[in-house]
Design a protein around this ligand. Structure first.
Ligand SMILES: [Zn+2]
Length: 141
């Protein structure tokens, strides 16, 4: 990492009242997703109403953390100055076994080895004392 990149703060999530349980769980290295009690749909991103049936009766559920690469790109030029020391890196949409899709990074592998439908599992990156990011890596089983 260059000295310049090290001095530029990395953009971090700012949890809202709706997303706070997701980020608190990530800090514990748990992946929680909302689920609708009325129609059982899994929901991501966090929100107030079920996008399937409109119900506000939502709960937070632990999910498997397993999924597959739905789409991806390899960033060879940093998409933010703070990421300059990280190129090349993979920006991906991962489809969880439970259905929802998350925008994330694929880590712990050669970026050029990533493929559509590749099985992946959740991996947490501890950024600072309060924030952990939800990443994915190639599935180990
Ligand atoms: Zn619903």
């Amino acid at each position: 990492m260059t000295t310049e990149a090290a001095q530029i703060p990395r953009p971090l999530p700012r949890p809202s009242p709706f997303s706070r349980p997701f980020w608190e769980a990530a800090r514990r290295h748990e992946l929680l997703i909302q689920r609708c009690r009325a129609c059982s749909a899994y929901i991501f991103y966090p929100r107030l109403n079920c996008p399937e049936c409109g119900s506000r009766d939502l709960e937070w559920m632990g999910v498997s953390g397993k999924g597959k690469v739905y789409s991806y790109t390899v960033a060879r030029r940093a998409t933010h100055p703070a990421f300059a020391g990280r190129v090349p890196y993979v920006i991906a949409i991962v489809e969880l076994e439970e259905g929802p899709r998350l925008t994330t990074n694929i880590v712990d592998c050669d970026p050029d080895s990533v493929r559509i439908d590749m099985p992946v599992e959740v991996a947490f990156e501890d950024v600072d004392a309060t924030t952990s990011l939800v990443m994915f890596r190639p599935a180990t089983r």
